[in-house]
Design a protein around this ligand. Structure first.
Ligand SMILES: Cc1cc2nc3c(=O)[nH]c(=O)nc-3n(C[C@H](O)[C@H](O)[C@H](O)COP(=O)(O)O)c2cc1C
Length: 457
């Protein structure tokens, strides 16, 4: 019997702001990103994605502003480079009410949040979405954020991950260990909501966090939300190997992606997990057309509205390097960075100068554009999966919502015809859909050791 083909996973990549990754496209006449302040904008997107059987909507977030380029926020404000940016979690309830299956991967920076409160926010959303919530764990990379929160500068790169490891331990205790499954009785006749013997006080007295208390929420479908992560540095990968279930990468080439995916899968095994315990999503910008010619024309039209300079200002913040200080062809001193280490190292290895970056940012951002008719796009997507060992894509928005509608109407049927994309949703939680297993984290995940075991104090 022929082996079943690997199904491609799809997330839409978005953010609760005007300009996300492909900068400048909000000025396109057909773009609706200026409506990001309305619920209708988001529920409309969610419905379109669900029509296309997308696995999830991944919502980025940033705390702090992009003030590295030219040492100010002028370009950031003029081009609306992720500023203003609204709270991403607030969008989820409305979108969940408008859909039944779509998952939501929401970014929250843990550096500036108390674990006790964050645990409750995610449990609440796991209840309200019936197990469709995921958390993209980030630790931040901006000094502007640190200063806004009362620190002189941000915590050093590797220490951010040390803190995050401990933070996750606190969350696992709350989500997995505080309430036993049998704790909740809801028994009106007996006047017992919960059995006090089965609800446990969590104690954590660590290097960075001290918590003593009961988790405020009762057990939700997934308990721990599906854990997303995007760090690609050595330390970032170790963190992912221990905690993550989905990892986002934005590699400069298929070969770079293949190496990253392979290294991650090896680290998973070292961490006592299985190589396919993590789904890897590659960042891409897709511009599909009804014909190859139409796609190229659309791409040319989009490019007219893109802002390469805004892309450069964004990348300055990602790497911590002010490209405005350099001539167009001057070599860049990449040196040590406290921002996104993997982005900086990629830029250094590729020898990216200001001119090369401006050339690269055709759509205002650094994701490779895949342009073509349905067959061409599907060929390219499949080759990424086959050659890199990744599992799916994180599709950055271009012109909204038309880029989603085009993808759903043109590319999804082609992928389905090829047998590499689902034709219906599976039932159940986001974790169950992604891994075809249970709603809860498997016993081999680090969280499992914090589950309450009967008989233990
Ligand atoms: C695809 C992708 C998406 C990311 N999204 C966010 C985000 O929304 N907010 C954020 O603060 N950092 C984001 N980051 C940054 C990462 O969370 C992380 O801080 C960064 O990759 C630094 O990790 P590293 O130095 O280990 O590579 C993203 C990174 C990638 C590759």
């Amino acid at each position: 019997m022929a082996q079943k083909k690997k199904e491609i996973l799809l997330n839409a990549f978005n953010m609760n702001c005007v300009g996300h990754i492909n900068h400048g496209l909000w000025t396109h006449p057909r773009d609706h990103s200026l409506e990001y302040n309305t619920l209708e904008h988001w529920t409309g997107i969610a419905r379109t994605l669900e029509r296309g059987l997308f696995d999830g909507l991944f919502i980025a977030d940033i705390v702090g502003v992009y003030d590295v380029y030219q040492h100010n926020v002028d370009v950031t404000l003029r081009e609306s480079i992720q500023l203003p940016v609204n709270d991403p979690l607030m969008l989820v309830s409305a979108m969940a009410a408008a859909t039944r299956h779509l998952g939501f991967g929401v970014t929250v920076n843990l550096t500036y949040e108390q674990p006790y409160l964050l645990a409750r926010r995610f449990s609440t959303l796991d209840h309200l979405t019936r197990g469709r919530i995921g958390w993209n764990i980030v630790t931040g990379y901006l000094d502007s954020a640190a200063r806004a929160m009362g620190l002189a500068e941000q915590i050093a790169h590797d220490e951010r991950y040390e803190r995050a490891d401990e933070y996750l331990e606190v969350l696992y205790k709350l989500w997995e260990g505080s309430w036993e499954d049998a704790a909740v009785r809801r028994d009106k006749a007996a006047r017992v909501f919960a059995d006090p013997a089965r609800v446990h006080k969590v104690r954590h007295d660590g290097r960075y966090h001290q918590v003593e208390g009961y988790h405020l929420a009762e057990p939700s479908p997934q308990r721990t939300p599906v854990l997303f992560q995007a760090g690609s540095s050595g330390r970032g990968q170790r963190f992912a190997a221990r905690h993550a279930e989905c990892v986002f990468i934005s590699p400069p080439s298929k070969e770079a992606a293949r190496q990253t995916v392979q290294a991650l899968r090896e680290q998973l095994v070292q961490a006592g997990r299985r190589p396919d315990d993590v789904k890897v999503f590659v960042g891409a910008a897709v511009v599909p057309g009804a014909s190859a010619k139409e796609a190229q024309e659309k791409y040319a039209d989009y490019r007219d509205y893109a802002s390469r300079e805004a892309g450069l200002a964004h990348f300055s913040a990602s790497t911590g390097i002010d490209y405005a200080r350099y001539g167009l062809d001057e070599p860049i001193d990449y040196g040590k960075t406290n921002a996104i280490e993997s982005a900086t190292r990629t830029a250094e290895q590729q020898g990216w100068t200001r001119r090369k970056l401006l050339d690269l940012f055709e759509l205002g951002g650094r994701y490779p554009a895949i342009v073509g008719d349905a067959a061409q796009v599907a060929d390219e997507l499949q080759s990424w999966i086959d050659e890199t060992g990744a599992d799916g894509f994180n599709l950055s928005r271009t012109v909204v919502p038309e880029s989603y509608e085009d993808f759903v109407d043109l590319v999804v049927p082609e992928l389905q015809d090829r047998g590499v994309y689902k034709t219906a949703y599976a039932e159940g939680s986001l974790r169950r859909k992604l891994f075809d297993a249970g709603d809860r984290l498997p016993a081999r995940h680090a969280a499992a050791q914090f589950r309450h075991r009967a008989g233990e104090a």
